[in-house]
Design a protein around this ligand. Structure first.
Ligand code: FAD
Length: 557
């Protein structure tokens, strides 16, 4: 029987992976690796995944958090890609309605700007057709007056009008964890804080396994697999070089940062995508009482594990916002939090960071290591399909076993249970009522539902069975939420909880600061921490807070 996806089962999960050879082992627990493990396990492969830090701790928690419809691909003439990502977006909304949510977007059009009025009108129209956008979400075009009513904060000089279309918002780290939970439900063995350190080969030089270090105990395990997939995002080339196969195409890492300010400091009526003075375009996106701003795109040469938001990045984005929304007069002190991520792009000679294609590519080394590089969060399911199709074909040729075609398009993603967005709203109302009926009030069930979707029922169960009198619902709900994240989402540290399971450290930083003590106490109770563990965890949260709120002056990063 598959063990529950609990932090307490990690060592046993690694041990089981090592016990019997897998069909497919994935290195990397970002969205790419998660998607591959999900697809392979749905097809019935004995699947494993190792992630060296926490799930989604690389690029997959540091994106703009949009499931793109592919508008920019249209501009580059990539018609097939627009159709593909349009379909992917609709599927994700259908299968994960709790975390893939429509977000109307305003595209202001200025004289001399990136998009002209008629080009935008035709472009968005063609885009709606190609991407199969549903009728209620098709583009609208506004003149100057109406654009000013839609967004009174916009600069009016040279404003010609705007386009209004739909993007979809998500939470990248939560989406990754939900996909991993879906893979786990299909029997995949998945573990975080377990690093692939070395490859194991047979006499002919074929890769047959990986030496994995379980980082909390320091113990290593030899895990054997018929197929090994390198889905290490920005670390893809490091993993290839350990296989001695870093030839041909290589990665180019570019850094993108985002800033979070209180919504009252940048009260945009809807998300907007607009020109900045250097000719690029950036987003401002309202979310949960905050507005976030991003992103930058600069070539990055610093340490992969620690991209920082620098003073230069901060100034760039603040100036960009103030140029587009002159009355706002944003200052550095308004920034409550930030994150910084690395795009693992495939290097193309002679192209600047923003011109390089976001397409994915698969490389197979002489040893048989399959590497997937490039791509976008939005396309993760299709990327996984391509990788698993390849692995299935090779497995059939080598072993005679056959596997069914990809079926993840028909799978409800963990938390989205209840068959699609059309019925999900009604189910949500029922879940809200359930939460109220056990004493959680109005706000807490809504908050929990926005993160965990239908899985909120497990949190309700923890809450309802907690023996504490008198009970502070706020504290008891936090305790129940932590219990769920530790025992059903493999949250191992307080940072996993505050940053990647809840996003609180980014979108509710002051609450995150206030609740450090109860968080480390409740996690410690669940995971058996001693005083030294608790002290270390406190320190890790403070250091993460510092990274999100301090902006060093680093010219080259
Ligand atoms: P990662 O998420 O980095 O995962 C790789 C994982 O491999 C890491 O967790 C790492 O710890 C692990 N790993 C590495 N080495 C080892 C090892 N030896 N052993 C075990 N594990 C290992 N895409 C969109 O669709 N929409 C957007 O709005 C969007 N915005 C973006 C904005 C920015 C600023 C950036 C940087 C990217 C954005 N993207 C967006 C792109 C998207 O975020 C990435 O394509 C995607 O997250 C990459 O996921 P990944 O799994 O390949 O890499």
């Amino acid at each position: 029987m598959n063990l529950s996806f609990s932090a307490l089962n990690r060592v046993e999960i690694v041990r089981r992976m090592a016990e019997q050879p897998l069909d497919l082992l994935v290195i990397g627990g970002g969205i790419t690796g998660a998607g591959i493990a999900w697809d392979a396990s749905v097809r019935g492969m004995r699947t494993g995944l190792v992630e060296m830090n926490d799930f989604a701790s690389g690029t997959s928690s540091r994106s703009t958090k949009l499931v793109h419809g592919g508008l920019r691909y249209l501009k580059q003439g990539e018609v097939k890609l627009v159709m593909e990502v349009g379909r992917e977006r609709a599927l994700l909304h259908q299968n994960a309605p709790h975390i893939v949510i429509p977000a109307p977007m305003l595209l202001p059009i200025y004289e001399g700007g990136t998009y002209g009025y008629w080009a935008s009108s035709i472009g968005l129209y063609v885009y709606d057709l190609l991407a199969g956008v549903k009728r209620s979400e098709r583009r609208r075009m506004f003149g100057k007056e109406q654009t000013m009513r839609m967004e009174p904060l916009l600069k009016t000089d040279k404003l010609k009008g705007s386009g209004y279309y739909y993007e979809y918002r998500t939470d990248d780290a939560r989406l990754t964890v939900e996909i991993l939970k879906s893979a786990h439900a299909h029997g995949a063995h998945i573990v975080n804080y377990a690093k692939a350190e070395e490859f194991l080969y047979d006499d002919s030089g074929k890769v047959i396994g990986v030496k994995v270090r379980e980082r909390l105990s320091g113990k290593t395990y030899d895990i054997y697999a018929k197929k090994i997939v390198n889905a290490a995002g920005p670390w893809v080339d490091q993993v290839r070089s350990r296989d001695g196969s870093l030839h041909g195409k290589k990665l180019l890492l570019t850094k993108g940062v985002h800033l979070v300010v209180d919504y009252r400091r940048l009260p945009v009526k809807q998300a907007a995508y607009f020109d900045v003075p250097d000719g690029r375009m950036i987003f401002v996106i309202p979310r949960d009482g905050k507005t976030y701003i991003g992103t930058t795109d600069t070539v990055y040469k610093g340490p992969i594990e620690d991209p920082r938001t620098t003073k230069q990045d901060l100034d760039y984005l603040i100036n960009a916002v103030n140029a587009a929304f002159p009355a706002v007069r944003l200052k550095a002190e308004d920034v409550e939090s930030s994150w910084s991520g690395l795009r693992p792009l495939i290097f193309e000679e002679g192209k600047g960071p923003s011109e390089i294609s976001r397409k994915d590519e698969i490389f197979v080394s002489n040893s048989g290591l399959i590497t997937i590089a490039g791509g976008k969060l939005t396309g993760f399911r299709k990327m996984a399909e391509k990788v698993v199709d390849l692995a299935a074909k090779q497995l059939q040729a080598e072993t005679g076993r056959t596997f069914p075609p990809c079926a993840t398009d028909k799978e409800i993603i963990s938390g989205g249970d209840r068959g699609g967005y059309a019925t999900f709203d009604e189910y949500k109302r029922e879940l809200l009522r359930q939460g109220q009926s056990i004493g959680l009030g109005d706000r807490l069930p809504a908050y929990l539902l926005s993160l965990y979707g239908a899985n909120v029922v497990h949190i309700y169960q923890y809450f309802a069975t907690m023996e504490e009198t008198p009970r502070d619902p706020e504290e008891a709900a936090l305790r129940a939420e932590i219990a769920y994240c530790a025992e059903h989402e493999m949250a191992v540290s307080a940072v996993d909880f505050l940053l990647r399971r809840t996003g609180m450290l980014l979108f509710d930083r002051y609450r995150a600061e206030r609740i450090i003590e109860p968080v480390v106490r409740f996690m410690g109770e669940r995971l058996g921490w001693d005083a030294a563990d608790t002290e270390r965890e406190r320190g890790l949260v403070l250091s993460e807070l510092e990274k999100a709120t301090q902006f060093p002056d680093l010219q080259d990063r």
